[in-house]
Design a protein around this ligand. Structure first.
Ligand code: IPM
Ligand code: MG
Length: 353
């Protein structure tokens, strides 16, 4: 397994360190893992002037899988847009053609009181958001801020071609097939033509998946339903911008965004694995971050890029045991539980492995 890992910014290096310790365990048992560190985001800007430098590009392209912690921070927000850490993230997603972003929102039973929703609304929650990741308004041209007739005008372009919709649709139908065979496609077809095409193509390809029940929902309603009755969903498929927003929302159903891993895959299951959360600059360097989303991202890597379900389940089981033992980082802390640091959480997972 050739892994390129990118600690990034903020809490990134702290949580990545815990993920690497998990890999150490497997390596000590004889698993063949080659790993190389590279720079992405603000760390890369500071060292090279670019958020996704050529050296990182080379290592990431050569790897079977990429592990990414988090990028960004206020320090770099003043830079011109092409040099901002977020551009590095978008750059690597596009460069590696990682069009399929899988964002599971799973509520661990132990955390049902950590959610801001009533336990009965969220208990047993297990949904998968399939977000298109290399198109839409994130990448559409023309874009930018220009001056027209003496006025500043801001412009972005929402655009999808049918092939882009079809390939993410197939990923979502396949995923639904392995789960409860229910797929909800989210769009805004009452207003946006791009998403009218989205809906048309989803309906066309549904003919290839007669065993999967396809439904459609407008994005505003989907946002409401996610907090009203989230368990009505199983797999959700949507475009880049709607998926960005809905996946943050879904994460809070589970108590903390600090628990959620994600996978971003190309057509051959080469993938980049990262927590759904950001770089949390406010707690960076304090050993307070929750490393579980990062560690669970290693599990997703084992499952999707290396087809090693056994190891993936082993990691997830270790995380469940740690939660069952009452260990909590600050973001998921509740009265009566044991508050632990980032490294202590790492120790606990490794002990259970
Ligand atoms: C995410 C993040 C990124 C996105 C940002 C950091 C560019 O919010 O992965 O959801 O918008 O895709
Ligand atoms: Mg986001």
């Amino acid at each position: 397994m050739k892994i390129c890992y990118l600690p990034g910014d903020g809490i990134g290096p702290e949580i990545m360190a815990q993920a690497l310790r998990v890999l150490d365990v497997f390596q000590s048992e004889g698993m063949k893992i080659e790993r190389e560190e590279a720079l992405l985001g603000g760390a890369a800007v500071d060292a090279t002037g670019e958020p996704y430098p050529p050296a990182t590009q080379q290592l990431a392209r050569a790897a079977d899988a990429v592990l990414l912690a988090a990028v960004g921070g206020p320090k770099w927000d003043v830079l011109p847009r092409p040099q901002r850490p977020e551009r590095g993230l978008l750059g690597i997603r596009k460069d590696l053609n990682l069009f399929a972003n899988l964002r599971p929102a799973v509520l661990y039973d132990e955390l049902k009181n950590a959610s801001s929703l009533k336990p009965e609304v969220v208990s047993g929650l297990d949904i998968l958001i399939v977000r298109e990741l290399t198109g839409d308004i994130y990448f559409g041209e023309p874009r930018g801020i220009t001056v027209e007739n003496g006025k500043r005008v801001g412009r972005n372009t929402m655009i999808y071609d049918e092939d882009e919709i079809r390939r993410i649709g197939r990923v979502a139908f396949e995923a639904a097939r392995k789960r409860s065979k229910k797929l909800c496609s989210v769009d805004k077809m009452n207003v946006l033509e791009t998403t009218q095409l989205w809906r048309d193509v989803m309906i066309e390809i549904s003919a290839e998946y007669p065993d999967v029940e396809l439904s459609h929902m407008l994005v505003d309603n989907a946002a409401m339903q996610l907090v009203r009755a989230p368990k009505q969903f199983d797999v959700i498929v949507t475009g880049n911008i709607f998926g960005d927003i809905l996946s943050d929302q879904a994460s809070m159903l589970t108590g903390s965004i600090g628990m959620l891993p994600s996978a971003s895959l190309d057509e051959n299951n080469k993938g980049m694995y990262e927590p759904c959360h950001g770089s949390a600059p406010d707690i960076a360097g304090k050993n307070l971050a929750n490393p579980l989303a990062m560690i669970l991202s290693v599990a997703m890597m084992m499952r999707y890029s290396f087809a090693d379900e056994t190891t993936a389940t082993r990691i997830e089981t270790a995380v469940k045991k740690v939660l069952a033992a009452g260990l909590r980082t600050g973001d998921i802390f509740e009265e009566g539980m044991q508050r632990v640091s980032c490294t202590e959480m790492g120790d606990a997972v490794i002990a259970r492995l």
